[in-house]
Design a protein around this ligand. Structure first.
Ligand code: NDP
Length: 510
């Protein structure tokens, strides 16, 4: 039984908050007519504007094939950021900074008009020739666009800066990731490439670093001597929705594990960098990923489970099976669920299992990391035995309610000896005094404008991560039946086989 949750208070020390406003620069959004732009990028830019974090010299140029006038694009922006509300004077000044270029990426004329527009906004809005190009596009378009920009001199950095943000997926396997990088590097340097993993922009994900490296109490315990296991879960309630075309080609391992999950694991397990700066920090991430025990040669069936959802059996929550979803191949073997047991072969983590799982159509949306400490070695409270005490668990929650919790064993008042578990819970929303928690894209767009690559993924990390997962992907794709596809009803806890990787079913997922 758990005692009542306890709320924790904290003091914000404004003088220790470091936030810089960027210098002048334009943002160019390729794929300006798309879903990501409307749902995420435009609201994030507007939120930065409201927080006073955009420079005076700022403008946004939307680019896409869809024909639209500047005015029509501004109306789309307005709808995305304030909906049907009447724009205030401030909103009008924000919207006036948006313009639009329509065109095909195969035509030089499109890039010439973009170049002219960049010159215009530099003169009118004072963007000083600097540009952050955001490629909110299918990855097949990354190379042609970067080539077009380079051929028209828009990526040169003699008098100004030019940066390119690309969205995942960064390839669909090691070979294509290497190829993509090679193609981009013909025109730009690593220092100009900003690979977004939006999980890295989440407050609670970044808080892992603060928690580990700004508190003296955790680091001495943060190793195999005191930690028994780590569980990382990213569960989605949704199915494939409108992304079937992409998802059926990708699957959960490519969509979630190769990027978000492995980044979360890195933050939990990495060594402290000497400073929180892009290269020092990303060196440690790369080192950590390279220390994960290769999946090659291990008995894959004991460490990996792949699943696919079938029709819901809950009459209250009907949902079709994955193969019946619009846009999905009716014979698809694409996995919508993956559970893995990973080990990190280094001094700190020797023998500690990292149990990781992600899936679609699970009972509820939830992303969390649970760190379970080892049992106490001896009980002085006889006859209560060491195993009668619950193990301490540090819980870091990314979704749905960003926050964290720590379970402690305490004495219940009254009886001479009565042990109880106290859950100390903290929710980020309590911190925010009614304000929304900044969206991940706000942080990342701001960092792009600031030229801070710390939270963006470096190429060696992308490749190390693909290298890790290739043996599993190959085993699945060669249909070797090494890791068979298991089925689970929509809104269930996932395939029952996933329990097997927890020490043959002797443990339970949280
Ligand atoms: P969309 O499919 O909505 O595409 C964005 C725009 O790109 C479209 O409006 C279209 O504009 C243009 N486009 C699409 N296909 C082509 C093509 N073959 N050639 C040229 N232009 C094309 O993508 P999203 O906005 O959903 O996502 C953009 C990127 O972000 C993708 O890489 C995606 O994987 C990634 N992403 C998206 C997320 C999301 O929530 N949507 C989340 C995480 C990553 P037009 O026809 O007007 O040129």
């Amino acid at each position: 039984m758990s005692a009542k949750p306890m709320t924790v208070s904290y003091n914000c020390r404004e003088q220790l908050c470091i936030e810089s406003a960027p210098g002048a620069g334009a943002m160019v959004i390729f794929g300006a007519s798309g879903d990501l732009t409307k749902r995420k990028l435009l609201p994030a830019v507007y939120a930065l504007f409201r927080r006073g974090l955009l420079p005076d010299g700022f403008a946004v140029i939307g680019v896409a094939r869809t024909e639209m006038s500047h005015e029509e694009f501004r109306r789309e922006v307005q709808q995305a950021v304030i909906g049907d509300a009447t724009p205030t004077e401030q909103d009008a000044s924000f919207l006036a900074r948006f313009s639009y270029v329509a065109g095909q990426y195969t035509e030089s004329d499109t890039f010439e008009r973009l170049q002219a527009e960049l010159v215009r906004v530099s003169e009118v809005h004072g963007t000083e020739g600097n540009a952050l190009f955001y490629l909110a596009m299918p990855p097949t378009m990354f190379e042609p666009i970067v080539r077009g920009l380079a051929e028209h001199g828009m990526l040169a950095e003699e008098k100004s800066w030019a940066r390119v943000i690309i969205e995942k997926p960064f390839g669909r396997d090691l070979e294509s990731a290497v190829e993509l990088d090679r193609a981009l590097k013909k025109y730009i340097n690593e220092s100009q490439i900003y690979r977004i993993d939006h999980y890295m922009g989440k407050e609670t994900v970044q808080n892992i670093l603060m928690l580990r490296f700004a508190n003296a109490i955790f680091e001495p315990l943060w190793n195999h001597t005191y930690i028994e296991k780590v569980e990382i879960t990213v569960a989605e309630e949704l199915g494939v929705e409108k992304r079937a075309g992409y998802y059926d080609n990708a699957g959960a391992l490519r969509d979630m594990f190769q990027n978000h999950m492995i980044q979360m694991l890195s933050l939990i397990a990495m060594e402290p960098p000497a400073v929180f700066e892009a290269d020092a920090y990303r060196d440690e991430i790369a080192k950590l990923i390279s220390s994960i025990r290769p999946l090659r040669g291990q008995d894959l069936a004991t460490i990996a489970v792949r699943g696919q959802y079938v029709e819901s059996v809950d009459p209250e929550r009907p949902a079709p099976g994955y193969r019946k979803e619009d846009g999905v191949n009716p014979k698809s073997n694409t996995e919508t669920y993956v559970a893995l047991k990973l080990f990190i072969d280094n001094w700190r983590w020797r023998g500690v299992p990292f149990y990781m799982r992600t899936g679609k159509r699970l009972p509820r949306k939830s992303s969390e990391i649970a760190i379970t400490f080892r049992p106490i070695p001896h009980s002085i409270f006889k006859p209560i035995r060491p195993k009668d005490f619950s193990q301490n668990v540090l819980l870091l929650r990314m979704q749905p309610h960003e926050g964290m919790g720590l379970s402690l064993e305490v004495k219940s008042p009254g009886s001479k000896l009565c042990v109880n578990t106290l859950d100390m819970n903290f929710s980020y929303s309590d911190f925010m005094h009614g304000e929304d928690i900044p969206d991940a894209y706000e942080r990342l767009i701001l960092d792009g404008l600031l030229g801070d690559q710390t939270l963006f993924v470096r190429n060696d990390t992308v490749e190390a991560s693909w290298k890790l997962f290739m043996p599993l992907l190959r085993a699945w794709e060669d249909n070797l039946d090494v890791v068979p596809l298991c089925f689970y009803p929509a809104f269930s806890q996932g395939p029952k086989e996933a329990n097997e990787i927890l020490e043959g079913g002797t443990l339970q997922w949280r």
